[in-house]
Design a protein around this ligand. Structure first.
Ligand SMILES: [Mg+2]
Length: 369
């Protein structure tokens, strides 16, 4: 019996191919930080010598971000060419190799993408959905609609909230951070009146406020039955975050900018948040997510996801304190089989690995970067 027969998933890294495309959004998204009308997605295919391909896509924020991540990804893949596909071991090695450049931003995203694609390859080789490969049952994860409700006039918010409900999800996220608290309250009121009375509404400030202003606005908003207050202040001001969290009853949500599980551990130790929502592309891929999920579970904190729902749904299924899946439809524009919503939730698909296949027909209609 040769080595590959003895180890069912024995795979060897061959290389990586990437392509970046610009996907127009169904709902333009105005946050307190920027207006987003189209999103650069980087599609990554990691090949193995055995013929199995691992796939993932990442949202890279800007076109230059996509180019930077693709550059690092190519370099990192060359460093591990010919090595066995052991994602956690390879990530540790690559983090050492990039320690001097700094494992943040585009470097962190590239290493995360590589890790996710390698896990996907293992799942494909073993014919197991990623959730099952991680030891979890494919269970439904409740999802909230994060596609719209950016900063816009109240009547447009009401119309968009009604349009979002047609997708079948039973919770929505509203972006706040208008010039005044009165405007924030008007926006929330417009959404509330357009949706069923007890529908959970999450609020996201995208780091717009000072700690003092976050407390002032939070005290008013928490009377309005909202699910959480996300990134009210600068994301890495954990001392300020702890002050805000102490002063408010509404849970403070933090996590899309956690750079690795270490950052999440620091935020939790500082008391900067009540809930966490790591981004699989910044927390360190599947390997980093599972470490973060363990830290959150040990502290009894509920874990939601940030974007990339096709990957996150598998990870939340394997997360002991799973909370909400953040749903966006951005990858529908590149996938053969877009994510399905059933009863306000998403079940990890019963396909090997992540279950991602690119639609070449759809890709031909998108602008390449
Ligand atoms: Mg956010």
């Amino acid at each position: 019996m040769n080595a590959s027969a003895r180890h069912g998933a024995a795979l060897t890294v061959r290389g990586v191919a990437t392509r970046a495309v610009l996907v127009p959004l169904t709902f333009a998204l105005g946050t307190s930080a920027a207006v987003v009308r189209e999103v650069p997605l980087l599609l990554c295919d990691v090949s193995t010598q055995e013929g199995v391909t691992g796939r993932v896509y990442l949202f890279c924020y800007t076109p230059a971000g996509a180019r930077a991540v693709a550059n690092v990804l190519a370099e990192a893949a060359a460093m591990i060419e010919g090595q066995a596909v052991h994602p956690a071991s390879l990530q540790s090695m690559l983090m050492r190799r990039y320690a001097l450049l700094g494992v943040t931003g585009a470097v962190r995203m590239a290493l995360s993408a590589l890790d996710i694609a390698l896990w996907d390859a293992l799942g494909v080789a073993l014919k197991l959905p990623l959730a099952e490969l991680l030891g979890a049952e494919r269970r439904p994860i409740p999802a909230y609609d994060s596609r719209g409700l950016g900063l816009m006039p109240p009547d447009q918010l009401a119309d968009e909230a009604a349009a979002l409900l047609e997708k079948g999800l039973r919770a929505v996220k509203l972006r706040l951070g208008y010039a005044t608290l009165a405007e924030d309250l008007r926006a929330l009121d417009a959404v509330r009146k357009a949706v069923p009375p007890d529908l959970p509404v999450m609020l996201d400030y995208n780091q717009a406020l000072t700690p003092a202003e976050a407390v002032r606005r939070g005290l008013a908003l928490q009377r309005e039955n909202v699910s959480w207050l996300e990134e009210p202040i600068r994301h890495d001001d954990y001392r300020g975050g702890a002050h805000v969290a102490r002063c408010l009853d509404v849970p403070v949500q933090l996590g899309e900018n956690f750079n690795g599980p270490e950052a999440m551990a620091e935020a939790i130790a500082a008391g900067a948040c009540d809930h966490v929502m790591p981004d699989v592309g910044r927390i360190g891929g599947v390997t980093g997510w599972m470490q973060a999920a363990g830290i959150a579970a040990a502290h009894g904190l509920q874990v939601s996801s940030h974007l990339v729902p096709e990957v996150s749904v598998h990870l939340l299924a394997a997360t002991p304190t799973a909370h909400w899946l953040e749903y966006v439809d951005w990858a529908d524009a590149v996938l053969d089989e877009p994510m399905q919503i059933v009863d306000g939730a998403v079940v990890p698909p019963d396909r090997p690995g992540l279950g991602l296949a690119w639609s070449e027909g759809k890709l031909r209609r998108l602008a390449a970067l």
